[in-house]
Design a protein around this ligand. Structure first.
Ligand SMILES: Nc1ncnc2c1ncn2[C@@H]1O[C@H](COP(=O)(O)OP(=O)(O)O)[C@@H](O)[C@H]1O
Ligand SMILES: O=C(O)[C@@H](CO)OP(=O)(O)O
Length: 376
């Protein structure tokens, strides 16, 4: 029996790597003859670099400017000419400084500069294809920080460089693109995003994702207006395509880093899960397998909309390999899950006396589920 184990993270309890390892260990206990291949995955957001490293990318550590301006240790991945940059490591909510044990949210001033520093490192190292995985960001700066780290200058009416953050873009007078990193032109960029929001308006970066970054109603309105100024001044400098990119699906990802990638880096946007599945080579691994496992913390309506389990499911179906989902919890009934195409679904919560122990004991429960699946 050959089994491929390709889960996403179970947010709050285990990483994708841990989930895959526990499931694989359970399978090996029940079926010592089974050949198990682990390929933890992600949707372009948190865990994307780890998935790439598990798939053979080489890790390059780099301390960058964090979202609040202080240094944070981050990393990017390399395989040949290809680089993977995970924005959340440099500019994510998870790397904000904490205050009283909580992230010190800074919706108006948080900067994506560190993400640009990772991209610059990849370009400096000679990479010609850069996958930019976005999501989980702390920023709403339209990717302005990222672009300044790549040489763009954002000047106010007095010719001074703007301070960091989205709110300051309201004072943007002129964009100077003359010193943009020379290798951008020749590199291919892929924006791996799991949202299709535009930059501006009621479905835009500030309105939809601002509140989870601490933005009040007033902040949302100020940030949205400031992002519109950014778009207009970029279009003055780079031409109409830079204006149109604001309406493209994914421009509103990661506080507008999606927009910056589309408008200035010439990125192609692809669903994050598809990009990651390509990076880790799931298709080749699944060919000829007997069983494919996937999963995530919460299997819900959103998952059916195209998150990790559905991406993995598509690959399994293409090869005629049954796909079993494992989740912390699901809000979907058995019929819906069956209709979606899963051969079976295992819910950790049903194996634990209460939700807290389901979270706390996730590693043990995943191993148990692995044993059960392999014994069936
Ligand atoms: N071991 C677990 N047992 C039960 N529920 C879990 C477990 N791990 C994670 N969850 C649930 O999944 C949620 C996270 O969902 P997940 O799909 O991992 O992330 P996201 O929603 O960001 O894609 C958690 O808030 C929690 O409710
Ligand atoms: O970083 C963000 O602004 C959002 C959207 O890209 O991320 P997530 O989907 O992880 O909430």
């Amino acid at each position: 029996m050959r089994v491929v184990v390709a889960p996403d993270k179970f947010k709050g309890s285990v990483t994708a790597h841990e989930a895959a390892a526990e499931l694989a260990a359970g399978i090996a206990e029940a079926r010592p003859d089974a050949v198990v291949e682990v390929l933890p995955v992600a949707d372009g957001g948190e865990g994307t670099l780890d998935a790439a490293l598990d798939a053979g990318f080489e890790r390059h550590d780099l301390t960058v400017t964090g979202p609040a301006g202080d240094p944070v240790p981050a990393a990017w991945g390399r395989r040949g000419d290809e680089a993977v940059v995970e924005m959340s490591l440099a500019s994510g909510l998870a790397v904000l400084p904490t205050r009283d044990g909580h992230p010190a949210l800074a919706p108006r001033t948080a900067t994506s500069r560190g993400t640009g520093e990772l991209v610059a490192a990849a370009l400096d190292a000679g990479c010609t294809r850069v996958v930019l995985g976005v999501g989980g960001s702390a920023t709403t700066d339209g990717g302005a920080g990222m672009l300044t780290a790549l040489g763009l200058r954002l000047l106010d009416g007095h010719g001074h460089d703007l301070p960091a953050g989205g709110a300051a873009l309201a004072d943007l007078h002129r964009v100077d693109a003359s010193a943009l990193h020379p290798r951008i032109r020749d590199a291919e960029f892929v924006l791996a995003a799991d949202v299709d929001n535009p930059l501006l308006g009621p479905r835009g970066a500030a309105a939809v994702f601002g509140p989870q970054k601490g933005a009040s109603e007033q902040d949302v309105s100020d940030l949205d207006a400031a992002l519109a100024v950014f778009r207009d001044r970029l279009a003055d400098a780079l031409g109409e395509p830079a204006r149109q990119a604001a309406d493209a699906p994914g421009a509103g990802a990661a506080g507008g880093v999606g927009y910056a990638a589309l408008a200035v880096l010439g990125a192609e946007r692809r669903p994050g899960i598809d990009v990651v599945l390509d990076l880790v080579g799931l298709d080749a691994a699944v060919a000829g397998a007997d069983l494919l496992l996937t999963g995530e913390g919460s299997l819900d309506e959103q998952s059916l909309g195209g998150k990790t389990p559905m991406g993995v499911l598509r690959v399994g179906r293409r090869h005629g390999v049954p796909v079993v989902a494992v989740c912390g919890q699901t809000t979907l009934d058995a019929a819906t899950l069956h209709e979606a195409g899963f051969a079976a679904v295992h819910e950790l919560r049903t194996l634990a006396p209460d939700p807290e122990s389901s979270m706390r004991d996730a590693p043990r429960l995943l191993r148990e589920v692995g044993r059960r699946i392999a014994s069936q």
